[in-house]
Ligand binder design. Structure first.
Ligand code: ATP
Ligand code: MG
Ligand code: MG
Length: 355
């Protein structure tokens, strides 16, 4: 037993809290938004702004361990209590800035897309000239689900673009054959386990589908991608679940970005792996032994339920081996992640059970 504090109140925290409850822990949520879908399944809720070290300290005092589910938790207010948070917030610092993240990964031998920092329109034009088009301009901080990104197809596009009023980075568009993520968990004593990598398909910058097994293009790139993810975890002395997103290319895996947390592309592990990403994150944070990460079926697909698609989601309840998760969000705004569904096929042929 014991109490685990979670910084952030979204669906990742909700699913973490449900796994924690299964292992006999209480959870307490700290989040600024009043409607927290994680608080709904937790014992207590500190509804408070991030920038408040005194409140964060009081919160931590009620917990035996503290972790986060939100990758943009401001790091500065955590400084006096950083040593009591798992993983250590140094991982947030690196992952919250696309420039710091890319430099860090390059130092470890990883390969990101070609990039240049862009603070002015002039710098954008120089970056486009050097790296070429197509490309993507991204704000260095605070982007998620493709927000804070502008696709640039030509020099003319760049000329007409108003650069954002904050530090940004221009990335050459990677000619990938597929996208995948490496999700690992690292324990307090440094043991690392990996889940199988799903093939991820994004639509409008938002993850739409994750499929297990990934295709051959990905299978051949897992070894170097896993090695890089492990090097990242070790260098950060990371404890918990860490996700790295990659593009599979003819030249090998290109690093896209990391998420120092459980990840949407790992939701299939709830029913599809012996131990889910959420349970293993809780185990690692609580200093418990890690669980088996193996996949339990030959074919698994996770589909996100986005926006109004949630209105008809209950129709899926009559489908066999179909596992519906709704996050309890009140407003089905366009582009909002409302839930997900995992479909498992247990026979090797990937066909139905008839015939
Ligand atoms: P997340 O919700 O995963 O944190 P994000 O807003 O941080 O998303 P990215 O991962 O940077 O966004 O980009 C979202 C998607 O856009 C990628 O998964 C990929 O499909 C596409 N994309 C981003 N950068 C590139 C690139 N340099 N080349 C090709 N495709 C890209
Ligand atoms: Mg991101
Ligand atoms: Mg991403």
């Amino acid at each position: 037993g014991g109490t685990i504090g979670i910084l952030g109140g979204g669906q990742l925290g909700r699913m973490m809290a449900m796994s924690a409850a299964q292992l006999g822990f209480h959870t307490i949520i700290y989040a600024p938004e009043k409607d927290s879908v994680a608080a709904e399944v937790s014992r207590d809720f500190f509804c408070n702004k991030w920038d408040d070290t005194a409140a964060l300290t009081a919160f931590i005092q009620q917990c035996d361990a503290v972790t986060w589910e939100f990758e943009n938790v401001p790091v500065a207010p955590l400084a006096p209590i950083a040593d009591r948070i798992t993983p250590h917030p140094r991982a947030l610092e690196t992952a919250q800035d696309r420039l710091a993240e890319k430099r860090f990964v390059e130092e470890l031998g990883g390969t990101p897309a070609a990039y240049a920092t862009v603070d002015t329109h002039e710098e954008l034009m120089r970056a486009v000239e050097r790296i070429g088009t197509p490309g993507i301009l991204k704000t260095r901080r605070d982007g998620y689900d493709g927000k804070g990104q502008w696709r640039i197809g030509s020099v003319r596009d760049a000329e007409g673009l108003r650069v954002p009023d904050m530090p940004a980075i221009y990335e050459g568009f990677v000619d990938f054959s597929a996208e995948f993520s490496v999700i690992l968990v690292r324990s307090k004593d440094g043991e690392i386990r990996y889940w199988d990598s799903a093939e991820n398909v994004h639509e409008n910058g938002i993850l739409a589908h994750s499929t297990i097994p990934a295709g051959a293009a990905i299978a051949g790139q897992l070894k170097p991608a896993r090695a890089l993810a492990a090097a990242i975890a070790q260098r950060l002395d990371y404890v918990g679940v860490l996700t790295c997103e990659f593009f599979a290319t003819a030249a090998g895996p290109v690093f896209n970005e990391m998420a120092p947390r459980v990840h949407n592309s790992g939701h299939w592990t709830i029913e599809g792996a012996a131990t889910s990403q959420f349970e293993n994150h809780i185990r690692a944070v609580a200093g418990l032994p890690l669980g088996d990460t193996s996949t339990i079926a030959p074919h698994i697909v996770m589909d996100n339920i986005i926006g109004k698609a949630a209105n008809t989601a209950l129709e899926m309840l009559s489908e066999p081996d179909t596992h519906l998760h709704l996050y309890g969000k009140k407003q089905a705004r366009d582009g909002r992640k409302m839930g997900h569904v995992t479909r498992i096929t247990r026979d090797a042929e990937g066909s139905g059970s008839t015939q």
